[in-house]
Design a protein around this ligand. Structure first.
Ligand SMILES: *Cc1c(COP(=O)(O)O)cnc(C)c1O
Length: 402
């Protein structure tokens, strides 16, 4: 087998340097365990960025994808097929009805669809958007224009869109920013790429109220938070009676197969007219079959309750630790961040990998944990037991650097 170091060299020579060269080369996944090109085993606590919700090689996913690939792998949208209709119906059901779905292939595309949808629905006097500082909505031009991370947005402007940013979770700032000329507010319930940073309680209800008062559309990006990650189908369901106008999904929906979805509620369900939007691969039968297998398995294996309980156990174990590098943890369900006292996340990620745990330095001072939803409390405990040693090693590495 090709070694990890050889793969990394060939990667550097043949792929654009957008990601740097990743330190670990993976070859095989089984459940919550993955193996690298040199045969080392890791516990996967990041699941390909909150994507592999059923872990690796789950029989339900394998069977659905294999069967659909063998039966009918692609149709384009010139033809109707059953999996796409079934998946749309399932999602509408989970979202509480009165909605319609557009299928895309990724999160950024789901947000592009949302952006076009709200523009289409807006009256002529509406010309600007409001989004959150440090928010993340994707890398294509429209989604990037709405992304509040200056370092990744600014090199690519101007975008031809008036986007105004407000601090995440600050309802006074939002109320000041949104008036009857605003097309839409784009926000995440908890900011994933900013470091799993939850908004204060009542934030989504406040966004709903501001949008109702001004007629701006409320677009909720649940690309990272949706499909069980927080212990509910959708994170916004934690706040009673709050529903956005448009909701976007991707990541965990396909369990590893690429799929994105944009749901429009009420009058946003029919705001696109024939010919307004499209995608050759969108609603692809294999991706839809995978998503149906994910939803079925979350139901049959009771993974919502499991994510809640396992996530709480994980949080308690982390909170019980006392270490000079660790402030604590934040997040919900199986979507957490270790909050560090300083910019030590890269060292923690590295030292965790050395000890067989894959986590993600999502911010300089935050380490993201987003394991498969099927992870057991025993597996999580392997990590929390190793964590003091990992933090010690990260501290030693940081000291050495100084
Ligand atoms: C990952 C992510 C996106 C972008 O999804 P891609 O599939 O990478 O295009 C958008 N919004 C949020 C909240 C995300 O976490």
């Amino acid at each position: 087998m090709t070694s990890g170091s050889e793969l990394r060299e060939r990667f550097a020579a043949s792929l654009m340097p957008t990601y740097g060269v990743p330190p670990v080369a993976l070859t095989l996944g089984r459940g919550c365990e993955v193996y690298d090109a040199d045969g080392r085993q890791y516990l996967d606590l990041i699941a390909g960025i909150a994507v592999s919700s059923l872990g690796h090689g789950h029989p339900a996913l394998v069977k659905a994808v294999a069967h659909q690939t063998a039966t009918l792998a692609h149709t384009s949208n010139l033809f109707v097929h059953e999996r796409e209709v079934e998946l749309a119906e399932r999602l509408v059901g989970l979202l509480g009805g009165d909605a319609k779905i557009f299928f895309a292939n990724s999160g950024t595309e789901a947000n592009e669809a949302a952006l076009k949808l709200v523009r289409r629905a807006a009256g002529p006097g509406r010309h600007y958007f409001v989004a959150s500082d440090k928010g993340f909505h994707g890398r294509t031009s429209g989604a990037l224009a709405l992304t509040g991370k200056d370092a990744i947005r600014e090199p690519f402007g101007p975008f031809g869109m008036d986007v105004r940013f407000v601090p995440h979770g600050d309802l006074d700032a939002l109320a000041d920013a949104v008036d009857e000329h605003c097309v839409a507010v784009f926000t995440e319930p908890t900011q994933g790429e900013a470091g799993v940073v939850p908004a204060p309680e009542g934030y989504l209800a406040g966004v709903r109220r501001i949008c109702d008062d001004t007629g701006a559309a409320f677009v909720l990006d649940e690309i990272q938070s949706g499909i069980g990650r927080t212990g509910r189908w959708f994170a916004h369901q934690a706040e009673e009676g709050v529903r956005p106008d448009v909701l976007t999904l991707a990541k965990g929906l396909g369990g590893g197969l690429p799929i994105g979805a944009c749901a429009g509620f009420g009058r946003y369900a029919d705001a696109f007219h024939k010919g307004d939007h499209g995608s050759t691969f969108g609603g692809n039968p294999v991706a839809c079959a995978a998503a149906l297998a994910v939803i079925d398995t979350i139901e049959s294996e009771n993974l919502l309750a499991h994510a809640t309980v396992a996530g709480e156990i994980l949080a308690e174990k982390i909170d019980a630790l006392d270490h000079p590098l660790l402030v604590g943890q934040r997040g919900s369900g199986l979507w957490r961040a270790l909050e560090l006292t300083g910019p030590h996340a890269a060292h923690v990620q590295e030292q965790a990998a050395v000890r067989g745990f894959l986590v993600n330095a999502v911010a300089p001072d935050a380490v993201r944990i987003a394991p498969p939803l099927v992870i057991t409390p025993e597996q999580l405990e392997l990590f929390t037991e190793a964590l003091p040693t990992i933090l010690d090693a990260a501290e030693a590495a940081a000291t050495k650097e100084q």
